[in-house]
Design a protein around this ligand. Structure first.
Ligand SMILES: NC(=O)c1ccc[n+]([C@@H]2O[C@H](COP(=O)([O-])OP(=O)(O)OC[C@H]3O[C@@H](n4cnc5c(N)ncnc54)[C@H](OP(=O)(O)O)[C@@H]3O)[C@@H](O)[C@H]2O)c1
Length: 297
């Protein structure tokens, strides 16, 4: 399977396994290591998590799996995220953003402990922080890289202005922006982020490529309209709709890397299949316009 080069030090598999929903999967550590090994055997070697997923339990369960099968860690590229912070205030949990120097350093050390590893391949600032000092955040990320705790750094859910601010403070070292994109979500086309990334040859990682499953489970009018067209195109190619959606994402010249949200092997196979499906250019636009949110003038 081809790999996607983010920098001289880091390449990712073209499809990434996400672990956000891990706590719903109800897997034993053995079942989890088996699934991780299945992903690796199929070339899906990049695994995505975050400190905040299931209030740190996701990283903890993944760390237990890495301890159960010690061969896994060296075969994968491990991605985690920081910046969303929960605190007990007057007896209730308040979630907010914290991208200060001390918090990032501490957060990374705690993630490494939970994940039972010495380093992360890629560390992302999870969300835009409205109270953000790009110079301070950059200093923390640069120190983590210098100390070998992370190989590369990036962001998630950033608009072009915040991306540019942090990237300038980082001397251009950000290697990705992990963003939401699917046939009913076009936020980053509207913000100009897609053009920014294409111009700077930065590959985005794409979360909720299937709109969190809403495309298949009914969803709203946008989902229904999009799926009608996707099913028509899928029938034309003799493929499943899931495969067509992944190939639509990967058709774009920006070189997007979709993240899978399921732990079902059949769904993993449908995503991998997309690497060998080539849409016609007009089909890309059919899906782009199908939900009715984007207009071709
Ligand atoms: N950076 C961020 O802010 C951010 C935010 C959200 C997610 N993420 C990352 O992105 C990864 C993927 O996101 P996601 O989980 O939302 O991805 P997704 O693939 O859009 O959604 C996965 C969900 O869709 C369901 N699904 C998939 N195919 C289906 C089908 N054919 N019919 C019915 N349901 C179907 C899955 O159900 P089953 O489990 O039953 O297969 C699962 O519940 C996460 O694991 C996480 O790593 C990042």
């Amino acid at each position: 399977m081809k790999i996607v080069k983010l920098s001289d030090k880091l390449s990712l598999s073209p499809i990434v396994q996400g672990f956000w929903r891990l706590e719903n999967w109800n897997m034993t550590a053995k079942e989890l290591t088996d699934y991780m090994n299945t992903c690796i055997e199929r070339g899906v070697t990049t695994f995505d998590t975050a400190e905040i997923y299931s209030s740190t339990l996701c990283e903890k369960s993944m760390g237990e799996a890495f301890a159960e099968d010690k061969t896994i860690r060296d075969k994968i590229q491990l991605v985690s995220k920081t910046g969303i912070f929960q605190q007990e205030i007057n007896g209730s949990t308040f979630g907010y953003y914290n991208t200060t120097y001390d918090r990032i350093i501490r957060s990374c050390k705690e993630s490494l402990q939970r994940l039972k590893t010495d380093y992360l391949d890629l560390y992302l600032i999870h969300r835009e922080d409205p109270c953000f000092d790009p110079w301070e955040t950059a200093r923390a990320l640069k120190d983590l890289k210098r100390e070998g705790m992370v190989k590369e750094v990036g962001v998630s859910n950033f608009d072009p202005f915040k991306f540019d601010a942090l990237n300038k403070a980082m001397d251009g070292e950000l290697v990705t922006n992990q963003i939401e994109w699917n046939p009913v979500c076009f936020e980053h086309f509207e913000s100009g982020m897609m053009d920014y990334l294409a111009l700077h040859k930065i590959h985005p990682m794409i979360w909720s490529p299937l709109a969190g499953g809403r495309l298949f489970t009914g969803g709203d009018e946008h989902c229904k309209k999009a799926m009608e067209k996707i099913r028509e195109i899928a029938a034309r190619h003799g493929e499943e709709p899931d495969t067509i959606i992944y190939s639509w994402l990967m058709y774009h010249p920006v070189g997007a890397i979709p993240l899978l949200g399921s732990n079902r092997l059949d769904r993993l196979e449908l995503a991998i299949k997309a690497l060998s499906v080539k849409l016609e250019r007009y089909e890309w636009y059919e899906i782009y316009a199908a939900s009715g949110q984007q207009v071709l003038r």
